[in-house]
Ligand binder design. Structure first.
Ligand SMILES: N[C@@H](CCC(=O)N[C@@H](CS)C(=O)NCC(=O)O)C(=O)O
Length: 232
């Protein structure tokens, strides 16, 4: 049986966006059942967790009997798709290469720009620094998204004629853009994303993540029990 690591609770801006939803989504797409292992902050930051599951004390992690645990949401999505032979094109084909390209593009060339905006909006305390940085990172993120939409060229899928991991990762990565209003000037890209997110496999993934978050509270994450600097 597969086990996916997820947070007991996440703040409202992150609910439905915590990256284990990507793993749940691809598992639902290929029809593989899974269990969920809910963790709190001290567990994630513990030496044991970092040593055996995720070196940076983050999630998601996919655990499966007889296989080493796997971290990095993109790697997990690719691994499941390749093993299931679904949503990724056949080995050695141009479709497989294009799917890999768009997944890496999403994680490497889009997500960091969106994270810069999220950092300004959610994690900066200094109001003056926030106001100075906001227009810069917003403009950069919007420019990236416009170029992404240009590259999509109005096609329903990023690769070929079917849904693939490229669509899954990109639609997932754009969740934060949508929430931050960065897609407001790109209605076609926003509509494409909504079509991807309306897939039953995603709706189920999001519902399941949010249900667990709703069952818990911030106190369950025990943030105050996390040591200031984790042991090396
Ligand atoms: N590149 C990693 C990023 C993992 C990541 O940032 N996970 C977040 C949840 S979406 C996390 O664990 N945050 C808690 C923390 O960093 O303490 C991936 O895609 O798996």
């Amino acid at each position: 049986m597969i086990t996916v690591t997820a947070m007991k609770w996440a703040p409202p801006f992150a609910a439905g966006q915590v990256r284990d939803h990507r793993v749940r989504w691809i598992l639902n797409e290929v029809g593989w059942p899974y269990d969920v292992r809910l963790v709190d902050a001290p567990t994630m930051k513990s030496t044991g967790y970092r040593g055996s599951l995720q070196p940076f004390g983050q999630l998601p992690v996919l655990e499966e009997e007889g296989r080493p645990p796997l971290f990095e949401s993109g790697a997990i999505v690719l691994d499941v798709a390749m093993r299931a032979g679904r949503c990724i094109g056949a080995e050695g084909t141009p479709e497989r290469a294009a799917a890999l390209q768009w997944v890496v593009c999403g994680l490497n060339s889009i997500e960091p720009f969106l994270f810069n905006v999220a950092e300004v909006e959610y994690f900066m305390d200094d109001a003056a620094a926030q106001a100075a940085r906001r227009p810069v990172v917003v403009a950069q993120a919007k420019a990236r998204l416009a170029m992404l939409e240009q590259a999509r060229g109005g096609r329903p899928w990023f690769v070929g004629y079917a849904f693939s991991v490229a669509d899954l990762l990109l639609a997932s990565i754009l969740k934060i853009a949508q929430r931050l209003g960065l897609l407001d000037d790109l209605p076609a890209l926003a509509a494409w994303q909504q079509t991807m997110l309306a897939r039953p496999a995603h709706l189920q993934a999001e519902r399941d993540q949010m249900a667990e978050i709703a069952r818990h509270s911030a106190a369950d994450m025990r943030y105050d029990a996390v040591p200031k600097s984790p042991a090396p």
